[in-house]
Unconditional design. Structure first.
Lengths: 111, 114
C-alpha cells in the first residue's frame, strides 16, 4: 500500500461545477496535511493546510479531513479553466518533517 | 503568504562544469529547507533535507559529492551540481518549511547540461 494515494484521474469537470479530489494515507499517526497545485512546468503552490478533523474553507476551496478514515479531500467550487492543473496531496512524515506526496490528480476544467 | 525565491530560474551549462542554485526564504526563517528534482511528466523527487549549520541528509541514491548542499543561514540554502552531465538536466525545486511544517516552494531552476 502506498503511503499516500490519490484518485488517479485525469478528472474533467465543466466550468462552474464542483471538482472533488480525494486522498488516503496509511500512517495513522500523521498530523499535518496539505494540498498543492502544480501547473505544467511550474513548481507546486500551496492551496490549503489542514490539521484537525472537519472542514476548512478558503474562498472556493474546502479541505476535509477524517483521521478515523485516514482520508483527506479537496473540493473546488465554481471551477474555472484556470484551475486546470495537477493537484498534489501531501502528508508530513518522519522526524525530519518531510512531505510524502501522492501521485497527483490532473484536473481539467472545460469552458 | 510566505515567499521562497530561487536563482537562477534557468541555466544552460557545458558538460563537466558546476552550477550553483540559491534558495532563499524572503519573509520568514525556515526551520528546514528541502531540495527536489522533477523530470518531465514525473513526480517530485526529494533529493535532500537541510538544516542550518548541519550537514544535509541525502535520500537514497542521491550522490552527496555530486550534489553539494550548503545551508549557511535560516534563510539561505545552496545546491551545487558538480561536474554536471546531460543526465543531470532537470527541474530543481527547493522548499522551505516554517514552524507548522508547511513547505513553501521556490519557483524552480531549469538546468540544461549540453
Amino acid at each position: 500500500q502506498k503511503e499516500v494515494e490519490q484518485n488517479s484521474g485525469p478528472l474533467s469537470v465543466p466550468e462552474g461545477a464542483i471538482a472533488s479530489l480525494n486522498c488516503t494515507y496509511s500512517d495513522r499517526g500523521s498530523q499535518s496535511f496539505f494540498w498543492y497545485r502544480q501547473y505544467s512546468g511550474k513548481s507546486p503552490e500551496l492551496i490549503m493546510s489542514i490539521y484537525s478533523n472537519g472542514d476548512k474553507e478558503d474562498g472556493r476551496f474546502t479541505a476535509q479531513l477524517n483521521k478515523a478514515s485516514q482520508y483527506v479531500s479537496l473540493l473546488i467550487r465554481d471551477s474555472q479553466p484556470s484551475d486546470s492543473a495537477t493537484y498534489l496531496c501531501a502528508v508530513v512524515r518522519g522526524s525530519a518533517r518531510q512531505l510524502t506526496f501522492g501521485s497527483g490528480t490532473q484536473l481539467t476544467v472545460l469552458p | 503568504g510566505a515567499v521562497v525565491s530561487q536563482h537562477p530560474s534557468w541555466v544552460i551549462c557545458k558538460s563537466g562544469t558546476s552550477v550553483k542554485i540559491e534558495c532563499r526564504s524572503l519573509d520568514f526563517q525556515a526551520t528546514t529547507m528541502f531540495w527536489y528534482r522533477q523530470f518531465p511528466k514525473q513526480s517530485l523527487m526529494l533529493m535532500a533535507t537541510s538544516n542550518e549549520g548541519s550537514k544535509a541528509t541525502y535520500e537514497q541514491g542521491v550522490e552527496k559529492d555530486k550534489f553539494l548542499i550548503n545551508h549557511a543561514s535560516l534563510t539561505l540554502s545552496t545546491l551545487t551540481v558538480t561536474s554536471a552531465h546531460p543526465e543531470d538536466s532537470s527541474f530543481y525545486i527547493c522548499s522551505a518549511s516554517d514552524e507548522t511544517d508547511t513547505q513553501y516552494f521556490g519557483p524552480g531552476t531549469r538546468l540544461t547540461v549540453l
